[in-house]
Design a protein around this ligand. Structure first.
Ligand code: MN
Length: 356
């Protein structure tokens, strides 16, 4: 096990030369699977030396950000420096709130000088998930997504049955006998909550145990603030517009808000209207760039938003979704009354006349 840290790195650079060998993290994953929490922690820690500069790479979301905080905590004082970077742009306001309220030091991956780092750790993702990741030779990968082929790492702990990487890292913390401080506990708790969608999605009893363990250490007000931070002050104007523009017909709300700077605001509006008791269908549209974006919400009871979206907009653009929620994007050139300056909620309703 102690050698685990070095050999595969040589092997994979060799495989790059002959090109035939399929890279596979299988051996590392199997080795990690056989270990206890403490053995796994020890194997992980053996990868690092005092003079290491560690680059933690994450595709930033609540699960990965909290996992990065945990690894930073575990490696603190064991290495010289730890930097957390992400290739994606963080757009969700809740995620920005999490970063800011919990003071998570994040930097963009772009512009990072790789030669300033001696160790590379990937969390909540695998190198094959994004091209920016596949170009990095990772020393350790810890993740809960299904195992993919075409990459290798000396240390690979992949547990697809877990609901969140944050649960895996909570186990590492426990094994290291580190009691997480409020910010770290709150982050991991939120990470598990988001990835399991409040335990309505795939999760193991290990996730539940970690959730219970962290619960005692979180700050509920901090968590509420992060969870409630759905939109910006600058987006409030769309709610005013939407209330003024909406039209109801039977149990349906239709609403076209005109041009939007970010189509995500349409999702917020649709979710907002779906809270109305008498309403079973919500259809919100807006113009974003050269497209009409339409967001559907249904209570899912004898209704299928995905089917309706495909029926109404399938021939005009892309459309699809699930029973409860769906989305359509239609290039403006495919819209019959092409003059978008006069397009309004009545124009939106007209699309549905033949179908509802
Ligand atoms: Mn995750």
């Amino acid at each position: 096990m102690a050698e685990n840290g070095q050999t595969p790195r040589k092997k994979s650079s060799g495989s790059g030369d002959n090109g035939n060998e399929v890279q596979s993290a299988e051996r590392s994953i199997r080795a990690s699977r056989r270990q206890t929490h403490i053995e796994r922690l020890m194997t992980f820690l053996q990868l690092f030396r005092r003079d290491d500069h560690v680059l933690i790479v994450i595709v930033a979301d609540p699960d990965s950000m909290s996992s990065a905080m945990a690894v930073k905590r575990i490696l603190a004082r064991r290495v010289t420096e730890i930097t957390i970077v992400h290739p994606n742009q963080i757009k969700r306001v809740n995620n920005l709130a999490m970063r800011d309220f919990l003071k998570i030091p994040l930097k963009p991956l772009r512009g990072t000088k790789r030669d300033e780092y001696s160790k590379f750790v990937l969390l909540d993702s695998q190198p094959t998930h994004r091209p920016e990741l596949s170009s990095i030779k990772f020393d350790a990968v810890i993740d809960h997504h299904p195992v993919t082929q075409g990459w290798d790492a000396p240390f690979a702990d992949i547990r697809p049955e877990y609901g969140a990487t944050a649960s895996m890292l909570t186990e590492y913390l426990k094994a290291a006998k580190i009691k997480p401080v409020v910010a770290l506990a709150t982050a991991l708790f939120y990470g598990i909550k988001v990835d399991t969608q409040n335990f309505t999605k795939k999760a193991t009893s290990a996730d539940v145990l970690c959730f219970q363990y962290l619960f005692k250490r979180i700050n509920q007000q901090l968590l509420n603030k992060i969870e409630n931070s759905d939109f910006r002050k600058s987006e409030l104007k769309y709610f005013k517009l939407a209330i003024e523009a909406m039209k109801t017909s039977k149990n349906r709300i239709y609403c076209h808000v005109g041009r939007v700077g970010n189509p995500d605001v349409l999702v917020l509006l649709a979710d907002f209207f779906s809270h109305v008791y008498e309403i079973g269908w919500v259809i919100v549209s807006g113009q974003y760039g050269e497209k009409l974006v339409v967001i559907f919400r249904s209570d899912g009871y004898k209704k299928d938003a995905g089917k309706l979206a495909a029926k109404v907009f399938g021939k005009l653009g892309s459309a699809g979704g699930h029973r409860g929620s769906a989305r359509a994007e239609v290039p403006l050139r495919n819209i019959p009354d092409k003059d978008m300056s006069t397009f309004n909620t009545v124009g939106l309703q007209r699309f549905f006349k033949p179908h509802l």
